[in-house]
Design a protein around this ligand. Structure first.
Ligand code: SF4
Length: 180
């Protein structure tokens, strides 16, 4: 509950379709209301894809292909951080549940590591040990959510005639693959 990762302005909290549905249901938000808690990050023309975002798909919008992430307040805090606590703790995105661990598929299996910004996490090396089974369970859930989102975003990028941020959020909230 230190809030260190939630206050890091360089750490983008990207969200899957399931994350969006979870937050919408937990707070009773419509697509338009949920949109106000999000940002759609478009890379500049000459900007390289940041290392931590290489496996994250971009969504076509009216402003171009964008990473969908939780909005930051002007001081860099996550929009859901209040008095150093997470307002949506039970429904927080999978990236937050997993931090400081990160996961990726490796030859059909699961590989895990620590986030590139692990040094900001004062919880590392403290408290009860994380069991291998817990780690694999979390990792498999995270990868499953990303995989469903990728499938959906591929379809979206292929088929949406006039893609926009709001129509993307509406489509996600309608899609049964993201029900929670
Ligand atoms: S959603 Fe909650 S846990 Fe995740 S960055 Fe925001 S305040 Fe922190």
């Amino acid at each position: 509950m230190c809030g260190a990762c939630c206050r890091l302005d360089t750490l983008l909290v990207t969200v899957t379709g399931k994350d969006l549905n979870r937050i919408s249901q937990a707070l009773g938000l419509s697509a338009g209301e949920l949109l106000r808690a999000l940002d759609f990050y478009v890379l500049k023309e000459d900007e390289a894809v940041p290392m931590g975002l290489r496996d994250i798909p971009r969504v076509n919008t009216e402003r171009g292909a964008a990473y969908v992430a939780l909005r930051k307040t002007p001081n860099g805090d996550c929009v859901f951080l209040q008095d150093n606590l997470c307002l949506i703790h039970a429904a927080r995105p999978s990236a937050c549940r997993a931090f400081p661990f990160v996961f990726q598929e490796d030859k059909g299996g699961l590989a895990w590591g620590l986030s590139a910004v692990k040094e900001i996490c004062p919880g590392l090396g403290r408290g009860p040990q994380v069991s291998a089974s817990n780690l694999y369970e979390t990792g498999n859930e995270v990868l499953e959510e990303i995989s469903i989102s990728k499938e959906f975003i591929d379809e979206w990028n292929r088929n949406a005639q006039t893609p926009s941020a709001i129509s993307y959020v509406e489509a996600v909230l309608r899609d049964g693959r993201f029900s929670v």
